[in-house]
Write a protein that binds this ligand. Structure first.
Ligand SMILES: NC(=O)c1ccc[n+]([C@@H]2O[C@H](COP(=O)([O-])OP(=O)(O)OC[C@H]3O[C@@H](n4cnc5c(N)ncnc54)[C@H](O)[C@@H]3O)[C@@H](O)[C@H]2O)c1
Length: 247
């Protein structure tokens, strides 16, 4: 399928996990991509693999760097059809009252402020029919102990999505995805180990009716659907990609 031929797509957090899969998915279907990440080496490596892509180094919490990322997309591709606000960070799994205040502020800036900044800079360059998609989390709807501030930041992403959808209709659709746990670098950041312990894996799987964790490709498929013409009347939605975990 070449659903995104001639489309210009920005993906933040492109150097790893979901972002890499999202960038690959859009590129494989014909899009031109800005692979944006704090990790410039990773973004450059990915961009060099794709047919028509440029890397961009950004801290998504930084206002000027968001403006520069949008300018980069416009300079290379003339417009922005899909803005994928995917970059996000968790914090070490912990009871909230033990979490350092600086960790809270940083996490909130990366997960929430980033979407406000990117959308503000991008919207003037987004033609009618374009869309903004963000990565929230199923924890934003069904929080559990251990990642409480992170889950609240993802609830904010869901609410931002709904509010922006109303403000930006009818020209720009705004949606988000709510993935369940997935084995990306995220695990390393929350638990300090690359792989979950057998006991932890079992605990996670017991909460997911479909019996497995999400893959980055599951998430990329959700992004592609929400950006496609098949979703042309869908805005303000938060699409659960969770194997039934939220039920
Ligand atoms: N993996 C999961 O279990 C899971 C579940 C639900 C939602 N999410 C969300 O999915 C998104 C992607 O996470 P992932 O699982 O692919 O994790 P990941 O750690 O594999 O990838 C995150 C990417 O974002 C980049 N990044 C981090 N901070 C940044 C910043 N300030 N500016 C620019 N780039 C930055 C990292 O360099 C990395 O390349 C995040 O928003 C995360 O909260 C993850």
């Amino acid at each position: 399928m070449n659903r995104f031929e001639g489309k210009s797509v920005i993906v933040t957090g492109a150097a790893s996990g979901f972002g890499t899969a999202i960038a690959r998915k859009f590129a494989n279907e014909g899009a031109q991509i800005v692979c944006a990440d704090l990790n410039m080496a990773g973004a450059s490596e990915l961009a060099s693999e794709l047919a028509n892509a440029v890397p961009f180094e950004i801290d998504v919490a930084n206002e000027q760097q968001n403006k520069d990322m949008i300018a980069c997309a416009v300079d290379h591709f003339g417009k922005i059809d899909v803005l994928c606000c995917n970059a996000g960070i968790p914090h070490k799994g912990n009871y909230m009252i033990r979490m350092p205040v600086e960790d809270f502020d940083k996490m909130w800036a990366v997960n929430v402020r980033s979407i406000f900044l990117a959308a503000r800079a991008a919207v003037p360059h987004m033609p009618p029919g374009s869309s903004i998609i963000s990565t929230a989390s199923i924890g934003g709807k069904r929080p559990r102990p251990g990642l409480v501030p992170y889950n609240a930041s993802k609830a904010a992403v869901i609410t931002l999505t709904q509010g922006m959808a109303v403000e930006m209709a009818p020209n720009i659709r705004v949606n988000c995805v709510c993935p369940v746990s997935s084995p990306t670098n995220f695990d390393f950041q929350t638990m300090g180990t690359q792989n979950l312990s057998e006991e932890m894996e079992k605990k996670v799987l017991e909460t997911i009716p479909m019996g497995r964790r999400a893959t980055p490709e599951d998430v990329a498929d959700g992004y592609a659907f929400l950006a496609s013409d098949e979703a042309k009347f869908i805005t303000g939605t938060s699409l659960d990609i969770d194997g039934g975990r939220a039920i």
